[in-house]
Design a protein around this ligand. Structure first.
Ligand SMILES: Nc1ncnc2c1ncn2[C@@H]1O[C@H](COP(=O)(O)OP(=O)(O)OP(=O)(O)O)[C@@H](O)[C@H]1O
Length: 589
């Protein structure tokens, strides 16, 4: 609520007008009974508080106008402590009200009999005149209230704008800058006074001629802003301000690439923390691998992790990243086998707008750029085409990426961790993998042993998987029967830890008690045990043939399901990428 004090000059003028017209002394008080204006005897009492027992207080409380014709005798004067010394001949009070609120009171006081008679003889004209004067003050309050409200709104808006993650600027329809936040000035390194500038003169990457074609919103377009010694890359949006069907102006928002990447990581949760403590297994071989990985985490050198599918290569890569100095930045994983070659190239290196038919407007930021200052994990590196191997080698050597269709190279500071379950040395010998790239990648080699070679880890892995999955599946499972563990230990686990996870998940689902029993295990685990016992002298089938047949069987079994490939992977205990690779290898269509 606006205080009368804020319009005290207007109040004073009003008091002077009333006093000169009516020839009486005037006092105007605010809602706290503080005298804001006073004439004659009261001129030097401005700023003082009038008595709580005065007629003013009564008018403030009741919101009523009244005339006291017999001071000292009137019921309003009964409570007044000074009534015996009162020298007044009459008094008038008229509240200043606006929208049911009382802001103060106008009071007239007659100190002579003549003034008193004047008041008493002209009661109705006097009250009507005073009410008009009170209304005049109320209208001033209304205007003041409005501008006070506007000031608050403007302040709120300013704070809101300055607290946004994005740089924001609004313009009229011709691009003349109207409002902007601090971030806008900061990210483009602009001078203080921008109000008279035109956005199209400052940010040349915005196409003035395209503006009229924008319907409502022009979304996520990448930009490069360059001055003599400053370059900024980012993404911007344009929103049109439409009132009654007409475009009245634009709001532009901008975000620089590094902030966009941070937001991306927060939203996608790519930074979730996996450490060495999350890698289960105390076998000698695992302790040895963990030690190697711990050492690797303290350097920035390229790491090549090898091991069969499901042994935990990605887990190790994440732990290495999170245990090192790059952990504050992104860990970006990309599976080189799961994406066709031409798509993989744009995923890794990005492209500029218009680089090829079908290229997205604004281009695309590549994974190398996204991983800047962090780590890129290139899974299934053995499946990368020779062409891309060449491009990757250039990144490793030059520490720069060349976007598809790009004119300039972008410097990147990325740690590379590659992984494969293929024998890269053999591939090099066959000419399927570039020798120079192999040596560049194999700076710190880490080889994860298959689960069948470290059976000591199985019990602790089973315990930890039971804990995780019973929570996930909302089942109360506390352990596993001895005979079930024996069967698990006997199994060769071609799909390693991933397959073990699938088997335990299946068994938890099948269990009706708090313990997993033999009957809860999948047939495959039970059958395998029987087969190994009775078929010991039978013919030997090449493993690759068995693998091919099992894949065909799984694909056939789930062919009518919605997520056929996923189900087949689950049954086989292999990842999607491995399935696609094997399908290619065995020419399964
Ligand atoms: N030692 C371990 N302790 C706990 N969990 C593990 C361990 N090893 C693997 N896992 C789990 O097994 C699953 C498969 O691991 P991961 O994806 O890291 O394997 P991978 O070797 O990268 O597989 P692929 O080659 O098929 O991509 C993940 O859920 C992972 O958390």
């Amino acid at each position: 609520m606006v205080d009368l004090m804020l319009i005290k000059e207007d109040i004073k003028n009003t008091a002077d007008v009333i006093s000169s017209v009516l020839n009486v002394d005037v006092t105007i008080v605010d809602h706290d009974l503080i005298r804001i204006a006073g004439t004659g005897k009261y001129a030097h009492k401005i700023g003082e508080k009038v008595s709580l027992y005065s007629a003013f207080k009564n008018s403030l409380d009741t919101g009523e106008s009244f005339i006291i014709e017999n001071p000292r005798e009137d019921k309003i004067c009964k409570m007044c402590k000074d009534k015996e010394q009162c020298k007044e001949f009459a008094e008038v009070c008229c509240p200043i009200a606006l929208e049911e609120k009382i802001y103060g009171v106008i009071g007239l006081i007659a100190f002579t009999r003549e003034q008193g008679n004047n008041i008493k003889n002209n009661k109705s004209q006097l009250m009507s005149f005073l009410t008009k004067m009170a209304d005049l003050i109320s209208s001033k309050i209304k205007v003041e209230n409005k501008s006070y409200e506007i000031k608050i709104q403007a302040k709120r808006l300013e704070m809101l704008l300055n607290n946004m993650d994005k740089a924001v600027v609004s313009t009229d329809v011709y691009g003349n800058i109207d409002k902007y936040n601090d971030k806008f000035k900061n990210i483009f390194k602009l001078d203080d006074k921008l109000d008279k500038n035109n956005i199209f003169d400052i940010l040349r990457f915005i196409n003035k001629n395209e503006m009229t074609t924008i319907k409502k919103r022009y979304k996520s377009t990448s930009f490069i802003y360059k001055t003599k010694n400053y370059t900024l890359r980012g993404i911007y949006n344009i929103n049109t301000i439409i009132i009654d069907g007409d475009i009245k102006g634009y709001v532009f928002d901008f975000i620089d690439n590094s902030s966009a990447i941070e937001n991306f990581n927060e939203i996608t949760g790519t930074n979730y923390k996996i450490g060495f403590d999350n890698i289960i297994g105390n076998s000698l071989s695992m302790e040895h691998v963990k030690n190697e990985a711990r050492v690797a985490s303290k350097t920035s050198s390229t790491v090549l992790i090898t091991g069969e599918s499901g042994t935990g290569k990605e887990l190790f890569a994440r732990a290495i990243h999170n245990n090192g100095s790059r952990c504050k930045y992104s860990f970006i994983a990309i599976n080189c086998a799961a994406i066709p070659d031409n798509l993989l190239e744009s995923e890794l290196f990005g492209y500029e707008e218009g680089a090829f038919t079908g290229a997205k407007k604004g281009g695309k930021v590549g994974k190398f750029e996204l991983a800047n200052r962090g780590t890129i994990f290139l899974d299934e590196i053995g499946d990368m085409s020779i062409h891309l191997q060449g491009k990757l080698l250039r990144v490793l050597q030059e520490r720069e990426v060349e976007k598809i269709g790009g004119k300039i190279n972008i410097p990147v500071d990325v740690r590379i961790i590659a992984a494969t379950n293929r024998d890269l040395e053999e591939m090099v010998a066959k000419g399927e993998f570039r020798e120079d790239l192999y040596y560049r990648l194999n700076v710190i080699p880490i080889s994860i042993p298959p689960l069948r070679d470290r059976k000591e880890d199985i019990v602790s892995l089973v315990d930890s998987i039971i804990k995780d999955y019973s929570k996930k599946l909302n089942k109360y499972i506390t352990g596993i029967e001895e005979c079930a563990i024996t069967k698990i230990l006997d199994y060769p686990w071609p799909g390693n830890v991933r397959q073990l996870q699938n088997v335990i998940e299946y068994s938890i689902n099948m269990s009706n008690s708090s313990t997993i029993i033999c009957e809860n295990l999948p047939q495959k685990i039970m059958k395998k045990n029987k087969e190994t016992k009775c078929d010991i002298n039978g013919d030997i089938t090449p493993l690759k043939e068995i693998e091919k047949q099992e894949i065909i069987k799984a694909l056939h079994k789930f062919k009518d399901y919605k997520k056929d490939k996923e189900r087949a992977c689950e049954a086989l205990g292999i990842s999607r990428a491995t399935l696609y690779r094997k399908m290619k290898e065995y020419q399964i269509k």
